[in-house]
Design a protein around this ligand. Structure first.
Ligand code: A2P
Length: 263
């Protein structure tokens, strides 16, 4: 690992990349080394990117790996004219990314009041922080039931989530920890798939309540939301309509949203 103390790096670490996977023409994921002593809470994000013309070009990325893992995992969109992702999508095994080792964010257990059922609402690459949360033992110590929903335009975009579930099932320690507490509900909106439609519509028309065993209840349910700004606002309004109050690290509540974007 090359944690170079170079002026141009401005306190960032240079980390070698591995396990690059291109899921669709719009999404890819990769792992990188974890800097020594780098700690974070599952669900947090960091600034990562590339050195471009001698300067770090970084964006906020949720860490998709759990806080106990030796490596860091990221899941990214590809934006054709995005300053960072247009370059980052061409990264190869052994190349280096830069990371500012200052994790922050609100999609963390500390920002939620105790509850019984945890809903994790994601669209697209918004599943990334929840890939971390659903592999964190704290999640299952704090909740009896965890419902991860993932809505994407097309079927192939659901693959990252399916693979995540397979990785959990295939790992002895993880599968024992998770048991039968985790539900994965995935829907598409623009391509045929057994379950279709936006999760906001599922909440309104009762399909989510039917699938999860009850409508959103502020007394027992806690919610984390991650996706586009429009999606965040719509889910937030539905949580508030159900009588939930937004939480933060300093004042935990019944639901939390994350507004960290890529490109
Ligand atoms: P739709 O196809 O109906 O727009 P995007 O790639 O644009 O971020 O969208 C990812 C997924 O999120 C799509 O399935 C999209 O549905 C859905 N989506 C977009 N806006 C909202 C919203 N306001 N509430 C819930 N889901 C949304």
């Amino acid at each position: 690992m090359n944690q170079v103390v170079d002026k141009a790096l401005r306190g960032m670490a240079l980390l070698r990349v591995s396990n690059i996977r291109h899921w669709t023409d719009r999404t890819f994921s990769f792992n990188c080394e974890r800097p020594q002593g780098f700690r974070f809470r599952s669900g947090e994000f960091v600034m990562i990117g590339l050195m471009v013309e001698g300067k770090p070009l970084v964006r906020a990325y949720s860490i998709a790996s759990p806080s106990w893992d030796d490596e860091l995992e990221f899941y990214s969109i590809k934006v054709e004219d995005g300053p960072l992702t247009s370059r980052l999508q061409h990264i190869g095994e052994g190349d280096e990314i830069v990371l500012r080792p200052k994790p922050v964010g609100t999609l963390v257990h500390d920002a939620l009041l105790p509850g019984k059922r945890l809903f994790l609402f994601a669209t697209g690459t918004g599943i990334a922080p929840f890939a971390s949360i659903v592999r964190d033992p704290e999640t299952y110590e704090k909740f009896d039931q965890v419902v991860l929903t993932h809505t994407c335009r097309g079927v192939a975009e659901l693959d990252f989530g399916h693979d995540l579930m397979a990785r959990i099932r295939g790992d002895e320690m993880l599968s024992e920890m998770v048991g039968d507490k985790l539900r994965h509900i995935c829907t598409t909106t623009r391509e045929a798939w057994p379950d279709m439609g936006r999760m906001t519509d599922w909440i309104r028309d009762g399909r989510l309540a039917a699938a999860a065993g009850g409508a959103l209840d502020p007394a027992t349910d806690r919610v984390m939301i991650c996706g586009s700004m429009a999606m965040l606002q719509e889910h937030k309004a539905l949580c508030e309509a159900a009588g939930m109050v937004e939480g933060s690290n300093s004042e935990p509540g019944q639901f939390v949203i994350e507004k960290a974007f890529v490109d």
